[in-house]
Design a protein around this ligand. Structure first.
Ligand code: ADP
Length: 490
């Protein structure tokens, strides 16, 4: 404190112990007195600071403004000034300080010295910079998300836990105008021009995708139709996912609506074409088979001709089976599959089916084993269940390798008949399992080994069993084997 006249001890104490940096500076800028807080902040001992001027420790970019403000102070235009500026530490580090400067005059009114206080605001400054950066990043992300939300060509909807629409993208707004020509109240479950997969049955509130999603249900590929006129009708495939917080509490749901109109129309054209073609094939094929029968009965057929006729007949029968499958699939698609039940002994049906497949099995080097079971009466359509058995046994044989065993069992469990057909064959890749019951689907192994088939067998098996009120399950492991379990209500 030497060199300055400060009489008041209290003032000295305040200066020394203040947490705020304090200094007395000559009008030219030389430090005349500094407190400990300032020394700590600038990382310089007082004896060093007292040899310096404030100009020397001010960041060059902030100096001009500081000097300009000082000039207005010295010219008595303002009583004090304040600025946030950067101070330089000896190691080159920057300290942000909130500086306020006042001018003390002597008795004649000329400038005597400057009294300055500096508060270290580096932390706040850094925090604010980080905050601004985070806000900018969030803003960028939000804009990006909004751009994606609005530009994707699927409808997107967010609903809250009470089923209120929180937001939807532009694509979905267009879909809403088709499904709700009279407007929508923004609440999940509002009935409108919205129909089930058949395109005819209006959806009730409880069937609406939004209603189900608002109840926490998650689903994929739920097919609905919207609109009434042929030009505006759209088929949509809807998926829903719940939105939950870190504690798993339900906050609402996100729904995605994908337009599958063209896909479904193409499918339906394909199915109609196949159904028409199979109908057309039926008549000439029946005629071929009829004439073959007559030809086979002709007396004195040369052996070579009889042999050729047998080949023709085998192939005509294969074609006939294929056409029959296609017609069944068409029937199933149109909901015209019927079952005529009578009481049948399932063990008899199994025995007959096994006898029918035995020639093919022994040709393939396989044995077929029936697990013993006493007679089991069931109210089923014998023709349909025979088709189920034939298809499953034929698959077990087709997709096995020589030496394998095919086991078939039927037994009553509670009020169901359980039929299992297990093979030790090629098995099915896990990735294919959920597509097996799709029309025309054929496994990779089936295609690469060129094992004949159409991809209709399992579809028909499921359709026939479900028409009986039963279920079909298939478990399989590639390279190990496949087991199909059919449950039929007794
Ligand atoms: P297809 O046998 O005419 O191809 P299916 O509908 O009966 O048609 O079967 C569909 C696909 O499922 C088959 O192509 C095959 O990949 C697979 N598959 C069915 N049964 C078996 C089985 N027992 N073992 C291995 N793969 C099977």
């Amino acid at each position: 404190m030497d060199g300055i006249e400060v009489s008041d001890r209290l003032w000295r104490l305040t200066l020394e112990h203040s947490p705020v940096g304090m200094t007395i500076v000559s009008p030219e800028g030389r430090f005349l007195a500094v407190n400990q807080a300032l020394c700590r902040m600038l990382d310089r001992p007082s004896e060093v600071l007292l040899t310096l001027t404030f100009q020397e420790i001010t960041h060059p970019d902030d100096l001009a403004l500081d000097l300009e403000l000082l000039a207005t102070l010295l010219a008595d235009k303002v009583p004090s000034y304040r600025m946030v500026k950067r101070f330089l530490r000896p190691d080159g580090e920057v300290v942000w300080g909130d500086l306020s400067v006042a001018l003390v005059h002597d008795d004649d009114g000329s400038p005597l010295h400057l009294v300055s206080q500096v508060m270290d605001v580096t932390q706040q400054h850094d925090d604010r910079a980080r905050l601004a950066e985070t806000e900018a990043r969030l803003d960028r992300q939000l804009r990006r998300a909004e751009a994606i939300f609005d530009s994707v060509d699927v409808g997107l909807v967010l609903i809250d836990a009470d089923g209120r629409y929180e937001s939807m993208n532009r694509h979905h707004e267009a879909l809403m105008r088709v499904g709700y020509p009279d407007g929508h109240a923004g609440q999940a479950g509002q009935p409108g021009q919205v129909f089930g997969e058949d395109g005819r049955t209006p959806l009730t509130r409880e069937d609406m995708p939004t209603w189900r999603a608002a109840r926490g249900e998650e689903f994929d590929d739920l097919r609905i139709w919207i609109g009434v006129t042929a030009e505006e009708r759209r088929a949509l495939s809807v998926s829903a996912r719940s939105v939950r917080d870190a504690n798993g509490l339900f906050h609402g749901a996100a729904l995605v609506y994908k337009d599958v109109t063209d896909y479904l129309r193409a499918m339906s054209v394909r199915d109609e074409f196949l159904s028409a073609v199979s109908h057309e094939l039926r008549t000439p094929l029946t005629s071929v088979l009829g004439h073959l029968e007559i030809a086979n009965e002709l007396p004195d057929l040369p052996a070579a001709v009889a042999h050729r006729l047998a080949v023709i007949e085998r192939n005509a029968l294969r074609l006939d089976a294929l056409v029959a499958d296609l017609l069944e699939v068409a029937r199933q698609r149109e909901g015209r599959l019927s079952v005529t039940r009578t009481d049948v002994d399932l063990t008899d049906l199994v025995a007959q089916a096994v006898e029918a497949v035995r020639p093919a099995a022994s040709l393939a080097g396989l044995s077929v084993v029936i697990e013993p079971q006493e007679s089991l009466q069931a109210p089923v359509d014998p023709g349909r269940i025979r088709q189920v058995l034939d298809n499953l046994l034929s698959n077990a044989v087709k997709y096995s390798e020589p030496g394998g065993v095919v086991r078939i069992a039927v037994s009553p469990v509670d009020d169901e008949a359980i039929l299992t057909i297990a093979d030790e064959g090629l098995g099915i890749e896990e990735a294919e399992l959920d597509r097996l019951f799709t029309r025309f689907f054929r496994g990779g192994e089936a295609r690469s080994r060129q094992i004949p088939g159409t991809g209709l067998g399992l579809v028909l098996v499921r359709a026939f069993v479900e028409a009986h009120g039963g279920t079909v399950d298939l478990t399989s492991k590639a390279g190990v084997g496949t087991t199909v379990t059919v449950r039929l209500p007794l």
